[in-house]
Design a binder for this molecule. Structure first.
Ligand code: SF4
Length: 480
């Protein structure tokens, strides 16, 4: 049955029903409901099937979006799932948390022509949720088992993607993580109103069902050195992500009540998962009843402000030194936060914190955006005499992340790193200078999007496969 595409001329773009801000503030459920089938088909049929699909070009995974939109419009959902999952290890997660307004949807041709983008992310979510519900998401069954094993350090999106790809090829895959659950930032960093935790747990179970050996609570440097891990496996992939919070040195920055974003989000997510979190229970990492100020303008800052709203903060302000147009976070997230009652204090930066023992306020000055720097962004310049106080009982620093000191942490002084602390690789092979040790994701490129980590994990799996195939061939020749 052929379905007419190009329906954007008479059908408007429509996201799934959005729950009202008043209801959202009271719970931790996702913001958008699901599409019903007829709506998903209708919205997919708006696609103009571009000869040069800018949605796909701007997707880090190069997802074949026009094809799976057409299949969805035709009601061929299982085939749509096959196409969408061919390039993406976790489409149900990308559909929920990718900043589509900056990637596929932001570059959709009909968005550019003023008709409103195809709602690609919501359709991707619909396809994959249907696939899970219908039992189409099956663990990989390799054509043949291989003896060679690969150890992957980090069970976040990059590590998961690499593990899935390598297991499909038949390798014996061991996934190590220092935390007690699979998912990395997907489980402990991203709040459940963006990504409900059952979605991550379901994927973790799927990995185990695929025969991937999970080693949780396993810390490299404590439970094994990097070299020991290398001797256990034919190849090792470092996919730890970047976890060291950027700090803010200013008068009063050591006061109680000033906390790091990831500590705050982890406490909230763990509490939601039913864990006992003393720092949450004693109020240290709980915004209930407090005046909250979050410093930063990225997606992590947006996660913090919206978490604070749901915890019952008295007020939530977001302090950002640039303006709305120049903030790194998704505009869709800013809009959601504003609807939920967050106040944005644009062009303001902290110069210190007030309080005797615990913080009582942020001393901030206003910022003028001056001439553009080499990157094209306007430089923030402090306006003299503009200092003012914003009252606060809880200040959350969401200033970004840097790599940890892996050579020390892993007891691997020979692991080469850049001046920024990211792991140095040969970008053609994704291998470090240590034979058989590869690296991928944020620990190589610096803090970035989940979808880029998935891409890097998949690329690393392909590179490791090439390495292991060549190694096996060399051994076979030597044995002749
Ligand atoms: Fe369809 Fe938009 Fe992609 Fe063009 S850019 S193929 S209209 S989704």
């Amino acid at each position: 049955m052929a379905t007419k595409m190009l329906q954007f001329v008479k059908t408007s773009g429509e996201m799934p029903a959005k729950r009202t801000a008043e209801i959202r503030r009271q719970d931790w459920l996702e913001v958008y409901g699901p599409y019903v089938r007829q709506k998903a088909e209708e919205q997919s049929s708006r696609c103009s099937q571009c000869g040069v699909p800018f949605c796909q070009i701007h997707c880090p995974l190069q997802n074949n979006i026009p094809d799976w939109l057409k299949l969805t419009a035709e009601g061929r959902l299982e085939e749509a799932y096959e196409v969408s999952s061919a390039t993406n290890s976790m489409p149900e997660i990308c559909g929920r948390i990718c900043p589509q307004d900056r990637l596929c949807e932001g570059n959709c041709v009909i968005e550019q022509s003023g008709h409103g983008a195809v709602t690609i992310g919501s359709i991707e979510k619909y396809i994959t949720d249907t696939a899970w519900a219908e039992g189409w998401v099956k663990p990989p069954t390799p054509l043949r088992e291989r003896d060679q094993s690969v150890g992957i350090i980090g069970a976040g999106p990059g590590g998961i993607a690499a593990a899935e790809q390598l297991r499909r090829l038949g390798y014996q895959v061991h996934l190590y993580d220092r935390y007690d659950r699979v998912g990395g930032l997907l489980i402990y960093g991203i709040p459940s109103f963006k990504l409900e935790k059952e979605i991550v747990a379901r994927r973790a179970q799927w990995l185990a069902d695929a025969g991937i050996q999970l080693h949780l609570n396993f810390e490299i440097g404590r439970d094994a050195t990097l070299q020991e891990l290398r001797s256990r496996h034919d190849a090792v992939l470092v996919a730890t992500g970047v976890y060291k919070a950027r700090d803010l040195q200013a008068p009063g920055s050591g006061l109680k009540g000033i906390v790091a974003a990831l500590d705050y989000l982890t406490a909230s997510n763990r509490t939601g998962l039913g864990d006992d979190v003393p720092e949450f229970t004693d109020g240290t990492l709980n915004a209930a009843g407090k005046r909250v100020v979050v410093i930063g303008g990225g997606d992590t800052a947006m996660d913090c402000v919206r978490t604070a709203v749901r915890q019952g903060a008295v007020s939530v302000k977001c302090l950002y030194r640039r303006n709305r147009a120049n903030m790194p976070g998704s505009q869709r997230e800013v809009q959601n936060a504003e609807e939920e009652g967050v106040e944005f204090v644009w062009q303001a930066a902290p110069e210190g914190f007030l309080g005797d023992d615990a913080v009582t306020g942020v001393r901030a000055h206003s910022i003028h955006l001056g001439v553009a720097d080499a990157t094209g962004r306007q430089s923030p310049v402090v306006i003299e005499g503009s200092a003012h106080t914003i009252e606060a009982d809880l200040v959350i620093k969401a200033l970004g992340f840097d790599p940890e000191d892996l050579p020390t942490l892993f007891d691997a002084p020979g692991l080469p790193v850049t001046k920024w602390g990211t792991v140095k690789v040969d970008h053609r092979t994704m291998m470090t200078a240590v034979e058989g040790i590869f690296a991928a994701g944020d620990i190589v490129r610096g803090a970035s999007l989940v979808v880029w980590a998935i891409r890097d994990g998949r690329d690393a799996a392909a590179a490791i496969d090439s390495f292991l195939v060549a190694k096996a061939a060399a051994l076979a020749v030597a044995a002749e």
